[in-house]
Design a protein around this ligand. Structure first.
Ligand code: RAM
Length: 347
């Protein structure tokens, strides 16, 4: 390779790494030195769900006098998040809240952050227990799995083939829900006539999620239900099924604002009903956790409590299934033809 090409490649790599995290740092007004800086690292950019989380996080931190740094990775991978977190460590932020693209791959960089005195917590998709102080969990894993299994069973009419369109193959949250669904279906005879034929990964990218849905429909002509436990996947699958007027129906976890056009009864709609929680509130909960950690009100141990004023709740930190701790926002909520109009304008 000529020196010119190598130099050019180096420039491209440098330009990319500067742009890598899409960090929005508030302007430093040179004022109050005691003002704390709270970072949030979502799973990926361009996903409205992640933007809602960030919206809630910002609202609470800023209302309480803190600064927010939003650091979006360039893609939904652990490597892209490591680049973001390294940059946040060198910016000496006070806290990092991360929605992990991989449970284990962020351990080294988050350990470094904690050793530098930065408070580290998770939201939405957990890093492993050694990489965090605690975690804002949207809803109990078993509760989400139960809701999805029962929806698949009902929509399939009690029997037949079903498939999953997930996010990325390493996503902690989707994998936990999928594993819990498999366990539940294996443990209860009422699911015995359902057959999970495939699990596909759309990587929380609309185009890839569309492609894998189309492939599922052509590979499994008898497919009765697709379950997409990702807001990006379900929106892409909903469009494919509805456009094709497919007999295969859909459920999963979706944003009401993106799914309203697909939720309804009968042949014209691809999704009879689906579930989610409030992603804005999840961001708010994560903000309260981050502030309580930075202010020394909690350490992340089970049994500690803190007040989330705006949510009107005093939360208790509890033991999580992975051996670490978590704070559970609430229960999964069902979006049906009856309530979708009301919710689509909220998130
Ligand atoms: C997508 C993301 C997110 C998940 C939701 C349900 O937006 O994968 O992590 O919680 O779906």
């Amino acid at each position: 390779m000529s020196k010119k090409i190598i130099a050019l490649l180096l420039c491209v790599v440098m330009a990319l790494s500067i742009a890598a995290c899409g960090t929005t740092t508030p302007t430093d007004d040179g004022g109050d030195d005691a003002q704390k800086t709270y970072a949030i690292v979502p799973k990926s950019a361009g996903n409205p769900y992640n933007e809602k989380e960030v919206e809630g996080f910002k609202e609470i931190i800023e209302a309480n006098g803190g600064k927010v740094v939003v650091s979006y990775p360039t893609e939904a991978t652990a490597d892209a998040q490591i680049t973001c977190i390294n940059s946040l460590i060198s910016q000496h932020v006070d806290s990092i809240a991360v929605a992990a693209n991989d449970a284990n791959a962020l351990q080294a960089v988050l350990t470094e952050a904690m050793q530098a005195g930065i408070k580290v917590s998770g939201l939405d998709s957990a890093v492993n227990k050694d990489s965090r102080q605690t975690f804002a969990q949207q809803a109990g894993i078993k509760e989400v799995a139960q809701a999805l299994c029962d929806a698949v069973l009902e929509i399939a009419g009690g029997e037949g083939q079903w498939a999953i369109v997930s996010a990325s193959s390493q996503a902690t949250n989707q994998n936990a829900w999928i594993d819990a669904m498999k366990d539940l279906m294996a443990s209860d005879d009422k699911y015995a006539k359902l057959e999970l034929v495939d699990v596909q990964y759309g990587d929380d990218e609309p185009i890839k999620s569309t492609t894998v849905t189309q492939a599922l429909l052509s590979n499994y002509p008898d497919l009765k239900v697709i379950c997409a436990p990702t807001t990006v996947g379900i929106a892409a699958a909903a469009k494919v099924l509805q456009d094709q007027k497919s007999a295969c129906k859909l459920t999963g976890l979706g944003l009401p604002s993106e799914m309203a056009a697909y939720i309804g009864e009968g042949d014209d709609f691809s999704c009879p009903y689906m579930f989610l929680w409030n992603p804005i509130d999840l961001g708010k909960l994560s903000a309260y956790i981050s502030m309580a950690l930075v202010e020394g009100k909690i350490t992340g141990a089970a049994g500690e409590t803190f007040e989330a004023k705006d949510l009107g709740v005093t939360y208790t930190i509890v033991d999580a299934a992975d051996g670490g701790t978590e704070v559970i926002l609430g229960q999964p909520f069902a979006f049906t033809p009856d309530n979708i109009e009301e919710w689509k304008v909220i998130y």
